[in-house]
Design a protein around this ligand. Structure first.
Ligand code: SF4
Length: 332
């Protein structure tokens, strides 16, 4: 007697899951989520958050259940409320409007994004114009471009460089979104330098350590597997870049927001599966994907060697400096 194969199993049994290292949460995402959780404990629900605190569906839904309300327009926040800016940062106009409306504000902007804002403000005072390499409409780009009222020009690709309306090429600096493809950004930067030889580059590149490390890990992972699965939400810039990078390296790659999104046909005749996660994707989602892959027949999970990240960012004043457990106990 033959037993029917469950329909969600690939034809060729999976043999191995390789885990990229590092993957998942970065220090900026950890800090941003902790700021919302601490504000909920300290002040009680609701806590208002401008934009998704980080671009991950699971994280946002979890915080909604705990009492966070995500808004895009400050007019939707009642007077006297506590408001948190997301990890992506905000423009000067948003900062000023929030202050004028009298909210209690906590800023969860990643310190590595703030570093770019500070650089833009400093060089602007010295008379510099800017080219910003980034993706139009991304909140981090809006926040960084919005540090100035003019003199900052967005370029999304090499073709845009020729169109940038720079009027002071001798006083021009370049800044980038923190979550770009390292390789794309280098190509665009080369085009900027070819057109504007005197352009000033950041002392340290703006693409952050987490983006760099996760992309480096995919470069190690992709050649060793038949398919790459990236855990991340569609809005997550750095997760999208991981999927694109794997494909560019010749390995089919798919992004999943949750384990249920995994399609068995992606794994057909692809017994070695590589798994990574964007900087805003929590480990609980990675574990759920591993559980599903195991149920599909993968026999082993192997963690690849990689960079160990130890970076931590301090919390803003007013949210306690004890551990989250001690802080919650103290407040209850
Ligand atoms: Fe900060 Fe980089 Fe994480 Fe964005 S991806 S929150 S810039 S560490």
């Amino acid at each position: 007697m033959t037993t029917a194969r469950p329909t969600d199993l690939p034809e060729t049994p999976l043999s191995e899951v390789l885990l990229a290292e590092p993957r998942g949460f970065c220090a900026g995402v950890d800090r941003a989520i902790e700021i919302v959780e601490r504000a909920l404990v300290r002040f009680g629900a609701p806590i208002y958050v401008r934009h998704e605190i980080v671009h991950n569906t699971y994280v946002v839904n979890d915080l909604k259940q705990k009492g966070a309300i995500f808004i895009e327009e400050l007019a939707d926040v009642p007077p006297g409320a506590t408001l948190i800016f997301s990890a992506h940062g905000v423009s000067k106009a948003v900062q000023q409007e929030a202050a004028a409306r009298g909210f209690q504000i906590f800023d969860a902007t990643c310190p590595l994004v703030t570093k770019v804002h500070v650089e833009v403000a400093k060089l602007s005072r010295e008379g510099y114009q800017f080219i910003m390499i980034g993706h139009k409409g991304h909140p981090e780009v809006e926040g960084t471009m919005g540090q100035l009222s003019d003199g900052i020009f967005l370029v999304e690709d090499v073709a845009d460089v020729a169109r940038a309306p720079v009027t002071r090429p001798e006083q021009l600096a370049v800044v980038t979104q923190t979550t770009l493809s390292v390789d794309d950004a280098a190509e665009i930067l080369a085009a900027v330098k070819a057109r504007f030889p005197l352009v000033r580059e950041p002392k340290q590149q703006d693409i952050c350590y987490a983006t760099q490390n996760r992309q480096d890990a995919v470069k190690v992972l992709a050649p060793q597997v038949d398919v790459v699965i990236v855990v991340g939400s569609p809005t997550s810039s750095n997760s999208n870049r991981l999927r694109e990078l794997a494909e560019r390296l010749g390995t089919p790659a798919y992004m999943v927001d949750a384990a249920e999104d995994l399609q068995p046909e992606w794994l057909a005749d692809r017994p070695r599966v590589g798994l990574t996660a964007g900087a805003s994707a929590p480990d609980v989602l990675v574990q759920a994907v591993i559980t599903r892959l195991k149920a599909m027949g993968s026999v082993a999970v192997r963690r690849l060697p990689g960079v160990q990240e130890t970076i931590e960012f301090p919390l803003p004043m007013g949210l306690g400096n004890k551990s989250m457990a001690e802080f919650a106990a103290q407040r209850s």
